[in-house]
Design a binder for this molecule. Structure first.
Ligand SMILES: C[S@@+](CC[C@H](N)C(=O)[O-])C[C@H]1O[C@@H](n2cnc3c(N)ncnc32)[C@H](O)[C@@H]1O
Length: 365
């Protein structure tokens, strides 16, 4: 035990504790009859320690390593994905610190909000708690997505969140890296693994279809995640956003007139054509109904007052990403224009529309 502890860089006490709680039990015997770690025990110990280092609690680690449905390669893939996600987050935090250092060097004031903003790198663990206030299944999106699933029986939902678009009549497995989002899945919903799109813990062609809804723009490497979906499933269905058309920012009055910074949020996001190519998909427009039930960014295009509500904005990551100063400016300016009648003047035609094409697209491969 001492040797294994030294190699793993943990105390013998820690190993004893894992033994007592049944997390890693040395199952072999030495020639002298002492208990010892078999190769399999060491493999399990490595996994336990890696998850601990990723910040998982002992109970969650026990669930992760105790999953009998997955083999060693699948488990390594899942661990790899979570580590990549952590690396991307750390990268985003370093970038935020660099930005702050630059601002300080120029003598600019750094607000408490901006200081906390860098934690936005762990976005859904930070903002996920506000998600369920307005985010739920929009039946018309659901119908279009479920139609695209075809006759698939087994479904993988990547970046599943609280499970808004999971079909009840098929066998669903969910993947979601944020513990906060996993914790908000309703009781009885599909089993959900802690993993990230870029490294899915499944063998090739494990599912009839892999779906991803309103999540690709959050992935550290969207194309890698899409290729992973393609690898593990025969069919791929993805609800995402089209930034190919020049001037796409003008499609929606909110980005055109109040929040041009949205373009910078999506600056690194791959073009729709590139994403479609990565999985061999065709794209279908997904119109946003005027009374859209899922409170995503575009949902309230005919109900502009909604954007003045904090609870509506907190359930949409864009508002956190642009930062509090930009958010406040945009909301103030929209409020003024609603009061003065200027918004109505500019957007009068919208009252007659039941649905609008605001760039949402369903990729089907
Ligand atoms: C806007 S929510 C969408 C959730 C759900 N699909 C829905 O439609 O309600 C985006 C989700 O993507 C998840 N996410 C972020 N990075 C991810 C990654 N690299 N792989 C998979 N999911 C990721 C977030 O944790 C969050 O739950």
């Amino acid at each position: 035990m001492g040797r294994v502890a030294a190699l793993a860089g943990v105390s013998v006490r820690t190993l004893h504790h894992y033994d007592t709680v049944g997390l890693v039990r040395p199952s072999a015997r030495t020639a002298a009859g002492y208990r010892a770690y078999s190769a399999g025990d060491v493999e399990r110990l490595r996994e336990v320690l890696a998850y601990r280092r990723l910040g998982f609690g002992l109970r969650e680690v026990a669930e992760l390593v105790g999953d009998p449905g997955t083999d060693a390669v699948a488990r390594l893939r899942r661990l790899r994905g979570l580590l990549l996600e952590r690396r991307d987050r750390a990268g985003a935090m370093v970038t935020a610190i660099d930005r702050e250092l630059e601002a300080r060097a120029k003598g600019l004031r750094v607000t408490p909000e901006q200081q906390l903003g860098m934690l936005g790198a762990r976005l859904y663990d930070a903002i996920g708690g506000a998600y369920t206030a307005t985010r739920r299944t929009e039946p018309r999106f659901a119908a279009q997505i479920w139609d695209a699933l075809g006759d698939a029986r087994t479904v993988l939902n990547v970046g599943a969140g609280t499970g808004s678009y999971e079909p009840a009549d098929r066998e669903v497995t969910a993947v979601e890296p944020s513990a906060v989002m996993r914790g908000q899945r309703p009781p009885g919903s599909a089993p959900c693994l802690a993993a990230a799109a870029e490294s899915l813990p499944f063998e090739d062609r494990s599912f009839d279809v892999a779906m991803a809804v309103s999540t690709v723009h959050h992935w550290g490497d969207p194309l890698a995640g899409l290729r992973e979906m393609r690898r593990v499933a025969r069919r791929v269905v993805v609800l995402t956003f089209d930034t190919d058309e020049p001037g796409w920012q003008d499609r929606f009055w909110l980005t055109r007139d109040y929040l041009p910074e949205f373009a910078a949020v999506l600056a690194e996001f791959p073009p729709l054509a590139g994403m479609a190519d990565a999985i061999g998909a065709r794209a279908e427009p997904v119109p946003v109904p005027w009374d859209c039930a899922d409170g995503l960014f575009e949902a309230y295009w005919r109900r502009p007052e909604a954007y003045l509500q904090e609870r509506v904005r907190r359930a949409v990551s864009v508002w956190t990403r642009v930062g509090p100063e930009v958010e406040q400016r945009a909301v103030r300016s929209l409020g003024d224009d609603l009061d003065s009648g200027r918004w109505a003047e500019r957007n009068g035609g919208l009252a007659d529309l039941d649905a609008a094409d605001l760039g949402l697209r369903l990729l089907i491969a």
